[in-house]
Design a protein around this ligand. Structure first.
Ligand code: PLP
Length: 391
């Protein structure tokens, strides 16, 4: 059988592969603690579920416009204006089944073969995958622990060439929990305007931020015109399985992205969009409570990891991942991740699942109970002690 050449360039997201392996072990009767997948362990708040059930009963079971219902796009536009301090209108919003399709559609709509795209590394693996899939050059921008996993603007500048079409930023960041500062964002905006480059700003963790206040690159002069904001419901409202996301962008680009939706998914589930409207306009207490709980868990996991000889962990400022440095164990990341899963039932991800610059790190999702996190910590401690004993 012959397959399209481009399939050789398409990557994947290891979290789903490790989850499948972990489920396989569970099916054999093994106990596994899940710290691999990036999804809240909470249930979707009740008022959102009720809104969806009512919507189904009210007949929201048909096709709807590819960009989404106008009134829900209006709710999103107003929410984005309020939280980012910008002036978007509903025609600039495209609703998609999850935030991920926005990455895919934006790269398809903006990037030609031979163009260059700068993306964070370690970073969400789908960026690199889709950039390569469309035949463009994926240019990694390393995020370093010494810089609190923030990008270095000087380094970013040095990577820009006349072929650079797009840069991708993500703050708060997956997998490091790093958050870009006001000054970083100002410099990024300035560079993008100067060099005429699009920005895909992945803001999916905007609401899951601890000490700092969330800031978007779009607040700076000239930035919103060239930025696509990616956001969605998966993380902040525990709605990963609903598949609800959106992009906010310049109007012509929105029509292109909407046409890509027509050509692929047709539209996003009608009743789910009604639930999204209810989620955004309804009481935010449950979402806020989840964030407060994540913060408690962060302190537990970071404190615990730092007590383990051979491991050190910076405090993540947002999202729900710890990204410890594991070089003190003497092992490579993937080997350690496999060992923890196969021998000890701890499912977590190798830093290299997020790109080459993730070597020396692992990602632990702390979207799990404090009890399980504590159990995992003592297991990791004995696993690492064994490695060091025989090193
Ligand atoms: N962006 C980042 C950085 C993510 O970590 C994720 C999910 O893990 C997404 C986007 C996409 O999430 P979804 O498609 O569920 O909205």
């Amino acid at each position: 059988m012959r397959y399209a050449q481009r399939m050789k360039r398409l990557g994947t997201e290891s979290a789903f592969e490790v989850l499948a392996r972990a489920r396989g072990l569970e099916a054999q009767g093994r106990e596994v603690i899940h710290l691999e997948i990036g999804e809240p362990d909470f249930n979707t708040p009740g008022y959102i579920c009720e809104a969806a059930i009512k919507a189904i009963r009210d007949g929201y079971t048909h096709y709807n416009p590819s960009a989404g219902y106008p009134d829900i796009r209006k709710i999103i536009s107003e929410e984005i204006n309020r939280t980012r301090g910008i002036k978007s209108n509903p025609n600039q919003v495209v609703i998609t089944p999850g935030g991920k399709p926005i990455m895919f559609f934006i790269i398809l709509a903006l990037v030609d073969e031979g163009d260059e795209v700068i993306y964070p590394n370690p970073g969400f693996p789908i960026y690199e995958s889709v950039i390569k899939f469309v035949g463009a050059k994926a240019v990694p921008l390393p995020l370093r622990e010494v810089n609190d996993f923030r990008l270095d603007v000087k380094e970013l500048k040095s990577l820009i060439t006349p072929k650079t079409k797009l840069m991708i930023i993500n703050s708060p960041q997956n997998p490091t929990g790093g958050v870009l500062t006001h000054e970083d964002l100002r410099e990024i905006a300035k560079l993008a305007v100067e060099k005429d480059i699009w920005i895909l700003s992945d803001e999916i963790y905007a609401r899951i931020i601890y000490e700092a206040r969330f800031e978007s690159v779009t607040q700076f002069p000239g930035a919103f015109e060239r930025t696509i904001i990616l956001d969605g419901m998966s993380k902040a409202y525990a709605m990963t399985g609903w598949r609800l996301g959106y992009g906010v962008m310049e109007e012509t680009l929105a029509t292109h992205v909407s046409r890509l939706a027509t050509n692929s998914v047709s539209c996003t589930a009608s009743y789910a969009q009604i639930a999204m409207g209810a989620a955004i306009t309804g009481p935010q207490d449950e979402s806020n409570k989840m964030v407060a709980e994540f913060k408690k868990r962060r302190d537990v996991i970071v404190g615990g990891l730092n007590k383990i000889d051979g491991i050190s962990c910076k405090k993540p400022l947002g999202a729900f991942y710890a990204f410890p440095n594991i070089t003190g164990t003497g092992w490579k990341s993937k080997k350690l991740a496999d060992y923890l899963l196969d021998e000890f039932g701890i499912a977590a991800l190798s830093g290299t699942a997020f790109g080459d610059f993730g070597e020396g790190y692992m990602r632990f999702s702390y979207a799990n109970s404090i009890e399980n996190i504590n159990k995992a910590l003592s297991t990791i401690e004995s696993a690492v002690a064994k490695i060091r004993q025989y090193a």
